[in-house]
Structure formats: C-alpha cells, structure tokens
Design a binder for this molecule. Structure first.
Ligand SMILES: C[S@@+](CC[C@H](N)C(=O)[O-])C[C@H]1O[C@@H](n2cnc3c(N)ncnc32)[C@H](O)[C@@H]1O
Length: 286
C-alpha cells in the first residue's frame, strides 16, 4: 500500500528509494485520465542506439527538452546519459501537472489536489484513499459517491487554493535537487513561444501514444515539437515502452523543415508516419 501525500511530502528533504518515489506518484491519476507513471532506469537499453547517432555531436546539444516528464526522474537519467556522451546541456522537463496542494479540510481529513482543485488522493485518518474511479466502481456502486465527492469538493478546494489556505507541493522527484534541470508545467498541445527555435534534442517518452491522444492532437503536438527545434540537425526521440522493451524512433530535422529517421529501436515509434508527414503547425517552422 502506498503512503499518504502528507507522509510523503513531510519527508520531502529525506533521501528516498527511487522505486518507492515512483510508486507513490504512480498511484495518482490526473484529471485528464493519465497516471504519473514512470520508472527508474527505464531507458538504459535504448541509450546505446541513440548514443551511437548523437554521440559525435554531443557538444552541440546545449538545450534539451523532455516532454511529458512526469516527476522528472527519467529526465535526470537523460541528463546523465547526455553528460556521459560529453554534453552539458540545460535540460527542461515539462508535464501537464506538476504543481499540487495539500489541503486539510477537517481534522483527520486531508486531500492532495492538483492546481485546479481536482482531488488526487484522500487521506482519511492517516490512510490513503484513491480519488479516481476504476472500472470495478461501476459494478460496486462506488462510482456515485466518488463523482459526488469531486463535484462537492472541487469548488471548495479551488477557493482554498485561491486564498492560499493550502500547502503547495510539487510532484517532482527528489533526484532533481541540485541539478541543472528545470521541471515546469506545460501542455504539449499548446504552443509555447519561449520554447520556439530553442532545443537541440527533444524527447517525448510514453506520452505521444495513440492510446493517449487522437491523431489531430498528435499532429498538434508534433507541430509544436518541430517549432521548438533549434533548426536543421535538431534531434527528436519519440518512444513508447512495453514492459522492459521499447519501440522508438530518433528523428533529425532537415533543412526543409521536415523530419527524417536516424535510428529505430524495436518496431519504431507508432506515430512515425505522423511525424514524417506532419504539416507545418500553427506555431510555425523554426
Ligand atoms: C506515462 S507518463 C511518462 C513519464 C516519462 N516520460 C516516462 O516515460 O517514464 C506520461 C506523462 O505525460 C503527462 N502528460 C499528459 N498529457 C500531457 C500534455 N498534454 N502535455 C504535457 N504532459 C502531459 C502526464 O501527466 C504524465 O506525467
């Protein structure tokens, strides 16, 4: 059983086993239906393939973006991998949900909520209670009280957040402390002007999947990523894990603003055709 958010965040400065940290965050379901799933040492086998292509240009990798970084633990590993190749980039990890709040609603009743008042975990007398709905709830009639709880609590949580009557926390790995890595809230579906033309290497791991997003949103995300590339020669790595195996494609941006394939792992990225055929997006070409 996982711990409560209060227990987890009250020991925020203590060292933690990375697997335990991931287990806590993986128990939280975000309001868009995604879990904060991640795992340490996830991509070790993939690094050999990617390293053989980008290794010779490692010194030119100055700005790196990790899209859908969850709590940033695999962003730390990405930074270490690039550093082992001789690069010393500034790394930005982004995720739709980073900021959260611990709220005490009544003695013995606390909630971990996202920044918009969406409950992520209940804490009832020190016991963690899942806030999200699972399929079984439809059969056990637990669905109505769970929906009702969200509907009743959300306005109150939003008010308390606006009035600063909460304890703000960040859904971020402790391994980020003291590193040249920033973890920021950002939606890959929304163009971000400050990212345009900035990055030499962009990774999107376990986010740009057909299971998460319909094709039109994937195209929007790809257009945004393309606009975030510094220019010809920028690398984009898109991959999806299946257990300990990975299917991924390393793309390079060419002088015409299109992508071509530099390397594949496993079966390659399932969205490779979308990337290769992506039209210039609203955010424009670098
Ligand atoms: C399965 S996790 C992948 C974490 C990490 N990249 C890895 O592979 O271990 C997917 C992450 O994408 C984030 N996410 C979902 N929609 C997003 C969006 N529109 N923009 C940015 N991040 C998003 C989720 O919050 C979640 O943390």
């Amino acid at each position: 059983m996982t711990v409560t958010a209060r227990q987890f965040f009250s020991a925020a400065s203590a060292p933690i086993d990375p697997a335990e940290e991931c287990k806590f965050f993986a128990s939280l379901k975000m309001r868009n239906g995604t879990f904060k799933l991640t795992r340490p040492s996830r991509f070790a086998d993939l690094e050999a393939v990617v390293g053989s292509v980008i290794g010779g240009r490692s010194k030119s990798l100055r700005q790196v973006l990790d899209v859908g970084a969850s709590i940033g633990s695999t962003t730390v590993e990405l930074a270490e991998f690039l550093s082992a190749l001789g690069a010393s980039p500034q790394v930005i990890g982004t995720d739709l949900f980073v900021e959260a709040h611990l709220v005490e609603l009544a003695p013995g009743f606390r909630i971990l909520s996202d920044a918009d008042g969406w409950p992520l975990q209940y804490d009832v007398a020190g016991l963690p209670v899942r806030a999200w709905i699972r399929r079984l709830d439809y059969f056990t009639m637990a669905i109505a009280p769970r929906h009702l709880a969200v509907a009743l609590l959300r306005p109150r949580l939003r008010r308390m957040i606006a009035e600063a009557r909460t304890m703000p926390v960040r859904m971020a790995s402790r391994a980020l402390a003291g590193r040249n890595i920033e973890l920021v809230e950002n939606d890959i579906l929304v163009p971000t002007p400050s990212f345009v033309g900035r990055f030499d290497f962009i990774r999107a791991a376990n986010i740009l999947n057909t299971g998460y997003f319909p094709a039109d949103q994937l195209n929007t995300a790809i257009s945004n990523i393309r606009s975030y590339c510094r220019g010809p020669g920028a690398f984009v790595l898109i991959l999806r894990s299946r257990g300990s195996m990975h299917d991924g494609t390393l793309f390079e941006l060419d002088a015409e603003g299109g992508f071509h394939v530099r390397a594949r792992v496993g079966a390659g990225s399932e969205i490779e055709p979308l990337v290769l055929n992506n039209e210039q997006g609203a955010a424009g070409r670098p």
